[in-house]
Unconditional design. Structure first.
Length: 214
């Protein structure tokens, strides 16, 4: 495996691993969402990522950016609720930020693309760190990835750092009071529960760590 680039095969492997992880954790994501939301996050996201895997199997993209653009478009069209537009917009932004037509992206390009993905999520949902959303896992994951890359880390180390930070960020949502999304309707009653979106964001970053692990 090339440890300083993300190529098409690895991007597809990442999204397939994310699909497998989200599917395996559907019940847990559903329980988390049932406590503070509509209870459909796990089922919706599993359906969407299963469709992403099928789309990529049939599409055969040759540019690494196209992998994420197609994944994003699929999530937007297949997933209901808030998670489809948020994750779909994030992946589309990641894909569009990667070098056009390139078969692979270096780690600096990937970091910049992840930054574009986070910016797209924040713009669409209006969420900031501390609002008990996807951003609470995505922001620390990106920070950890960028710090690792700046320090000369290869992709496996940078991905592992991002996954650890995303997991810590997801767990840190437990005491927070939700200020965005369905959970915000509960006010103080949303505290004491881990945010499902932050949890699924951790699963996605963990999938990258898993497929790049030595």
């Amino acid at each position: 495996m090339d440890t300083i680039h993300l190529d098409v095969a690895l991007a597809v492997a990442w999204l397939r691993a994310a699909a497998a992880s989200v599917t395996a954790e559907t019940d847990q994501l559903t329980r988390l969402d049932a406590a503070i939301g509509d209870g459909d996050h796990g089922v919706n996201l599993a359906r969407g990522f299963t469709a992403v895997a099928a789309t990529l199997d049939g599409a055969g993209p040759t540019a690494v950016g196209d992998v994420f653009v197609r994944a994003g478009a699929t999530l937007i069209s297949k997933v209901g609720g808030a998670s489809g537009p948020l994750y779909g917009t994030a992946f589309r932004a990641i894909g569009k930020a990667l070098p056009p037509g390139a078969a692979s992206a270096d780690l600096a390009d990937l970091a910049a693309a992840l930054h574009a993905g986070l910016d797209a999520v924040r713009k669409l949902g209006g969420a900031e760190p501390g609002d008990k959303t996807i951003v609470d896992a995505f922001r620390p994951a990106l920070d950890a990835f960028e710090e690792a890359v700046a320090g000369g880390a290869a992709l496996p180390e940078a991905a592992a750092s991002a996954a650890r930070a995303a997991g810590e960020g997801a767990r840190a949502t437990v005491p927070l009071t939700a200020r965005k999304g369905r959970a915000s309707y509960l006010g103080e009653r949303s505290a004491g529960h881990q945010d499902p979106g932050a949890t699924s964001t951790w699963l996605i970053f963990q999938a990258l760590a898993d497929v790049t692990a030595p």
